[in-house]
Design a protein around this ligand. Structure first.
Ligand code: PGA
Length: 256
């Protein structure tokens, strides 16, 4: 049984006070949500204050990005070491905003995925096609390339060493959500690719999350799908009530 994940990607939002208050609300509610792994990914400058709030509780902390070098003259970058020191267990890698707005390549994403593992961080490795890719019938090819290139040379020892997030670019922050069936089709494709890479046992255990306009009112349909193991949430993770409702929705999966 794969434990579902509800991960909140706060992106470049919130004031310091609001970040702390949101973390506290999630931390306080989390013990009442057993069976779901809750992860918060605040902006890097708030990691330390959020870590203080969630330490000694069930909520895990994640970075939104990392650099592949361990230290040195890389102005503005943050290493895996630093994320670990501040209390992160996870790090989002290859989010579509980094791929498309910040022009990260598959090669850079791959370096980051491997760097995360070197620093004992679990990458939340993101893949997803654009609307144009989907409409021109290239979805499968794009996802396959992103998975193969992004995970080249990555060697998971256990299924907990990696989380994958399928986030169709056309669904992120747009209010458009992939239907549960559309998402599940891609999740099955990704799981099949993982099986080819690392065999049945790892493919059966690695969690594949869906992301893109997840809200309290669409969570149930998504997690009812056999290959959707939780969600990566942007906008709706900025409000405690909405995010906690989503996390509760993920429990339906663990209870079923
Ligand atoms: P959204 O973002 O929930 O606001 O669509 C999801 C994401 O980018 O991870």
């Amino acid at each position: 049984m794969r434990t579902p994940v509800a991960a909140g990607n706060w992106k470049m939002n919130l004031t310091p006070d609001a970040a702390e208050a949101l973390a506290r609300a999630v931390h306080d509610a989390a013990p009442g949500l057993p069976g779901v792994e809750i992860v918060l990914c605040p902006p890097a400058v708030y990691l330390a204050s959020v870590a203080r709030v969630v330490s000694n509780g069930p909520v895990a902390l994640g970075g939104q990005n990392l650099y592949w070098e361990a230290e040195g003259a890389f102005t503005g970058e943050i290493s895996g070491h630093m994320l670990r020191w501040v209390g992160c267990r996870y790090c989002i890698v290859g989010h579509s905003e980094r791929r498309h707005v910040l022009k990260e390549t598959d090669d850079e994403v791959n370096r980051k995925v491997r760097a995360a593992q070197r620093h004992s961080l679990v990458p939340i490795f993101c893949v997803g096609e654009t609307r144009q890719h989907r409409e021109s019938g290239q979805m499968e090819e794009v996802i396959t390339t992103q998975v193969r290139r992004g995970l080249d040379g990555f060697a998971p020892r256990a299924s907990g060493d990696l989380v994958i997030a399928y986030e169709p670019v056309w669904a992120i922050g747009t209010g458009l959500t992939a239907t549960p069936q559309q998402a599940d089709t891609v999740h099955r494709l990704v799981r099949g690719l993982i099986r080819q890479l690392w065999g049945d046992a790892l493919a059966a255990g690695i969690r594949i999350l869906y992301g893109g306009s997840v809200k309290p009112d669409n969570i149930e349909g998504l997690v009812a799908q056999p290959d959707i193991d939780g969600v990566l949430v942007g906008g709706a993770s900025l409000k405690a009530e909405a995010f906690l409702a989503i996390a509760r929705g993920c429990r339906l999966r663990s209870c079923s």
